[in-house]
Ligand binder design. Structure first.
Ligand SMILES: Cc1cc2nc3c(=O)[nH]c(=O)nc-3n(C[C@H](O)[C@H](O)[C@H](O)COP(=O)(O)OP(=O)(O)OC[C@H]3O[C@@H](n4cnc5c(N)ncnc54)[C@H](O)[C@@H]3O)c2cc1C
Length: 157
């Protein structure tokens, strides 16, 4: 479902997934998931963010098939470990691949600075962001939950 709004020379598009089950797995309207599926269907790759197995951290990953998309769904409200992601994206672009890169505005700016030029194969998608949680606070919050709820035994039986 898509809506288009135009003001001056800026066009704004809004939309959401029509599949309710998938919509509920996403944070907002699932636009990120929809764009990712489209890129994968064209044979491109998607650079996005997943949680570590214990949820203590979030890191970048690059995927090339839809079956891997689930782990990108949902906002990870924490500063992400960048690892070698900028280098890996550059390597793929240099090899002629198409890459869809999701990031907070600062990460997209960092990627563009690292690349130092335009690449036809690159599409970037910036998330609306008021700022991520510090990793230290994130870890302390999970530890608090583990200590004070039954959730731990459910997640790590
Ligand atoms: C740190 C943070 C702050 C945010 N602040 C605001 C805000 O102030 N106001 C507001 O309206 N919305 C905020 N959001 C929500 C965000 O802008 C999007 O609306 C939402 O993540 C996209 O929902 P979706 O249903 O389209 O994505 P989904 O289909 O659920 O997919 C999530 C996408 O986000 C990517 N992603 C998840 N976490 C991160 C991360 N930490 N860094 C980079 N990419 C990530 C995944 O790779 C995936 O592509 C924030 C999100 C984050 C991660």
């Amino acid at each position: 479902m898509f809506h288009e709004y135009q003001a001056h020379d800026i066009a704004v598009y809004g939309g959401y997934l029509e599949n309710d089950n998938e919509l509920l797995e996403c944070t907002s309207g699932g636009i990120a998931t929809a764009i990712s599926k489209y890129m994968l269907s064209l044979g491109g790759l998607v650079a996005g963010v997943s949680y570590s197995k214990d949820f203590y951290a979030a890191q970048y990953e690059i995927i090339d098939r839809e079956s891997q998309l689930d782990r990108f769904k949902g906002s990870k409200y924490v500063e992400v470990q960048k690892g070698k992601i900028y280098r890996d994206v550059k390597d793929l672009l240099d090899r002629g691949k198409s890459v869809l890169f999701f990031g907070l505005p600062c990460s997209v700016a960092a990627l563009n600075t690292f690349l130092g030029g335009e690449y036809d194969g690159l599409i970037t998608c910036e998330l609306v962001c008021q700022g991520p949680t510090s990793p230290k606070v994130h870890v302390e919050y999970i530890q608090y939950l583990e200590k004070n709820s039954a959730a731990k035994s459910l997640i790590f039986p």
